[in-house]
Design a protein around this ligand. Structure first.
Ligand SMILES: [Zn+2]
Length: 386
């Protein structure tokens, strides 16, 4: 394949509609073909349905510890957004490139791929790995299989760079992001005879009150020295569904809730406490009215926090490559915590800004792509001599 610039590559990548609900196999095939054009082999790691896949590739000596560039191929939906043009056909106005995913995060993917010829020009002493995932935007579901592949097939890596849009600033930490659903099952009946049923909404209300209590408790005890803007773990309920009519006792109620944890272990402790409250207080009360009443809580996703690791190899290199002195934290979650939890020093640094991502007429500045190419060039130079 001929060498494409990062802007040409971004144009191609944006052209694939990879909203998380859809298959990403076309973009994976494009990347695989592009890499194969340079003689670089890809490992395709499909999901259970076969409609989505991760792609992992290595340039350089895979048997040595190396560096990982990581990005997700999926993008957030455009539903309900009034775009000025087709979100999946990139357009340029002055120094801005518009299209879904330009910032989050196909701009980074384009820079990774544009770096391939330079990575191959001279032998690398340490390998550079490419990790392309699916389903990041719906709970970082795909990347786990990449991490599993890496830990089984490769030596431990020196540093992972996750290219979420940070304006090419160095981000060393973010909170975790955990999604849960609790389903409350009582017994439906007519509202004139509540004694014959078990009101699932009333009992869901008790459970939600318990969560409300956790939220207040955490807020009242901010963590000293926390690197986060909001220096405590947050808990919230975002969706409630239940009932069919005002004059009916609802037999079912479900609610979705969210935890943004500041550190590892917090989620497990909160969920255990919630389950204990449910098992000891709520379920016994429900079963007095109907023996088969249940409360079930399950995880929709559980993205671990990226815990700031001052002075880590990833942080030191990212500061040098990006020409930055400061390391910050962000409010959104990413795949970085999953790499870190597997023992790899990880940092988030990528082109574009989160304020420009996910929006109508998402865009990225050309200057951001140039900075990212500069970052990757410095990484390549480092990997040659490392
Ligand atoms: Zn992203």
């Amino acid at each position: 394949m001929t060498h494409l610039s990062e802007i040409e590559l971004l144009d191609r990548l944006v052209g694939f509609n990879t909203v998380s609900s859809r298959s990403n196999l076309d973009i994976v095939d494009f990347i695989k073909t592009y890499l194969a054009g340079f003689g670089v082999e890809s490992v395709i790691i499909p999901d259970a349905t076969g409609t989505k896949a991760n792609l992992f590739a290595t340039i350089g000596p895979a048997d040595r510890p190396g560096y990982v560039l990581s990005g997700h191929t999926d993008v957030v939906p455009v539903d309900g957004q009034n775009w000025s043009r087709d979100p999946f056909a990139m357009w340029r106005e002055n120094d801005r490139l518009y299209g879904r995913g330009t910032s989050d995060m196909k701009g980074f993917l384009a820079c990774m791929l544009a770096g391939v010829p330079a990575m191959l020009k001279e032998p690398l002493a340490a390998p550079i790995h490419f990790a392309f995932s699916y389903d990041e935007e719906v709970g970082c579901l795909g990347v786990y299989d990449i991490v599993e592949h890496m830990t089984k097939a490769l030596p431990p890596q020196l540093a992972v760079f996750v290219g979420e849009p940070t304006g090419m600033g160095v981000v060393g930490g973010h909170k975790g992001s955990t999604g849960l659903i609790t389903t409350v099952t009582g017994k439906a009946c007519h509202s004139s005879r509540p004694d014959l049923g078990v009101n699932a909404i009333f009992h869901a209300h008790d459970l939600i009150g318990e969560l409300h209590g956790y939220a207040a408790e955490l807020r009242a005890a901010p963590e000293a020295g926390s690197p986060f803007e909001l220096p405590y773990t947050t808990v919230s309920v975002g969706v409630i569904q239940g009932g069919t009519a005002r004059n009916a006792i609802p037999g079912d109620c479900a609610f979705q809730w969210d935890i943004r944890a500041t550190k590892a272990g917090v989620v497990e402790a909160l969920v255990e406490r919630f389950r204990a409250f449910s098992d000891e207080k709520v379920v016994p009360a429900m079963r007095q009215g109907f023996a088969d009443s249940t409360v079930a809580t399950s995880f929709a996703y559980d993205v671990p926090p990226l815990v700031p690791d001052a002075g880590s190899h990833a942080e030191t290199l990212a500061k040098r490559f990006a020409g930055r002195n400061e390391v910050t934290t962000v409010n959104y979650g990413s795949e970085a915590g999953i790499f870190q939890a597997a023992g790899m020093p990880t940092i988030v640094c990528g082109p574009g800004r989160d304020s420009e991502a996910h929006i109508t007429d998402e865009w990225i500045a050309v200057e951001q792509l140039e900075r990212c190419v500069g970052f990757i060039d410095k990484l390549i130079d480092h990997a040659r001599h490392a």
